[in-house]
Design a protein around this ligand. Structure first.
Ligand SMILES: *Cc1c(COP(=O)(O)O)cnc(C)c1O
Length: 428
């Protein structure tokens, strides 16, 4: 039955034993995959309905140049995003350069001198350090007189409700919650848990803006943080919601006033959402959003497949092979530098682009140990495409995410195991 598939795998240098082992793992995951498909279908319907309700038309793909006044396609896309995330308004722009920029724009747009930003899921993602001013940086919120406070999650990874109550004061203007664990060692937060804490914050002071860093979380569940009371969410289009087709961009969705404030920061006070040519990106953004539910589902299946492949070989995986998933990131603790290198070589060797390249650890600016990265992506740096990276230090954990198709994600993981076997790095 599998002979044709096996022939292809063999022609791509996968041993029969590796292939058979992985096929058995895959066979055991049918129920999990079916549950992901069910969520995917709900999200697909959500996206199609938003496109139909907003009468998306071929004419919208024409794009604009120059100032971008009356760019109907851009405006339609923003109404579609607002409908998908059930918010009053949305800002979805090529001029938002990345996820960090989207979050930064939302923060600067809504915070004023003497306001306090309160992070309640622990220290935010690394790239936020300079924005907040945790690491002194020209142009930081700190330089503008915006103060910062932080409440860590409990050791169990839960919100610290008492700590949050104590941290809220008269200057607290905006509460920041990070849905995905990013590269921290803590569980990712479900929308349900985020909803509970937002209700709690609002019960103390209803006027506090609750903002969620939604990176890597979009379409993983059948609801989003905005369905649970979040006033603002922000993320990157070269992660989940761009569906692998967006070549650049970021989004901010939420209450009209807060999205407008962000727009006045992105462009200028006065101009706001009125300017910002879409160039030729509207088609890729809309088609990417259309693909996003199934691309996200593919990435999730790949992550679960990997957790099962490696946990059954005795390695620690985070999340583990049976846990519920709230983002698309998978960590595998490989214990030795040789295995980390082999894993990354496997991901690279399975890529559609740059598959002949051999990744090597290097001293990346801003990191305290060498980092190895594997990616063979159509969009440079895109982490919704299959990619892996790891700092070369204990416990030699490799983080990987993405996969525009499950079949590619699976092949990537199979190839990582092949590299382990070829280099005698596992006992089985
Ligand atoms: C990726 C990510 C960001 C930053 O997005 P970039 O596009 O890399 O700037 C912020 N927060 C989280 C949780 C992320 O995963």
């Amino acid at each position: 039955m599998n002979t044709l598939l096996k022939d292809y795998y063999t022609s791509l240098h996968i041993d029969e034993r590796v292939f058979d082992y992985c096929q058995k793992i895959e066979d055991s995951l049918k129920d999990r995959f079916a549950a992901i498909d069910a969520i995917c279908e709900i999200n697909q319907m959500k996206v199609i309905k938003a496109m139909q309700d907003n009468r998306l038309a071929e004419a919208h793909f024409a794009g604009s140049s120059g100032y971008g006044y009356t760019d109907d396609g851009r405006d339609a896309l923003e109404r579609i995003y607002a409908d998908v995330f059930h918010t009053e308004d949305a800002l979805v722009r090529s001029q938002i350069t990345c996820g960090t920029h989207a979050i930064c724009t939302a923060l600067f747009g809504n915070l004023r001198p003497r306001d306090e930003l309160l992070a309640i899921s622990g220290k935010p993602y690394d790239t936020m350090d300079e924005i907040i001013g945790l690491r002194p940086s020209p142009g930081s919120l700190a330089e503008y007189g915006v103060t910062y406070a932080q409440v860590d999650l409990t050791p169990e990874g839960e919100f610290d409700f008492e700590g949050i109550r104590n941290a809220i004061n008269e200057h607290t203007k905006l509460v920041e919650i990070q849905r995905s664990k990013g590269y921290a060692v803590r569980p990712t937060l479900s929308c349900e848990k985020i909803g509970e804490v937002i209700t709690f914050v609002k019960s103390i002071r209803p006027d506090i803006i609750c903002m969620v860093d939604n990176c890597y979380g979009e379409f993983v569940q059948d609801k989003e943080p905005t369905d649970y009371g979040a006033d603002l969410i922000a993320g990157s289009l070269i992660k989940n919601p761009g569906g692998g087709l967006a070549p650049i961009g970021g989004y901010i969705c939420g209450k009209k006033e807060y999205v407008e404030n962000a727009a006045y920061r992105l462009t200028t006070p006065g101009l706001g959402k009125e300017v910002g040519a879409s160039l030729n990106n509207t088609k890729a953004f809309t088609q990417g959003l259309f693909m996003a539910p199934s691309v996200t589902a593919s990435a999730l299946k790949g992550a679960i497949f990997a957790a099962n492949v490696y946990e059954n070989l005795g390695f620690k995986t985070v999340p583990n092979k049976t846990e519920d998933r709230f983002d698309i990131i998978q960590a595998v603790e490989l214990q030795t530098p040789e295995r980390v290198v082999a894993f990354c070589e496997g991901i690279q060797a399975a890529a559609p682009v740059d598959s002949y390249v051999k990744p090597v650890p290097w001293d990346m600016p801003g990191y305290d140990s060498p980092v190895i990265m594997a990616a063979g992506a159509f969009v440079s740096g895109s982490s919704i495409e299959l990619s892996a990276d790891a700092p070369m230090r204990e416990p030699y954990a490799v983080y990987f995410q993405g996969g525009l198709t499950y079949q590619h994600a699976k092949f990537g993981i199979v190839m990582t195991l092949q590299k382990m076997v070829e280099n005698n790095l596992i006992v089985w």
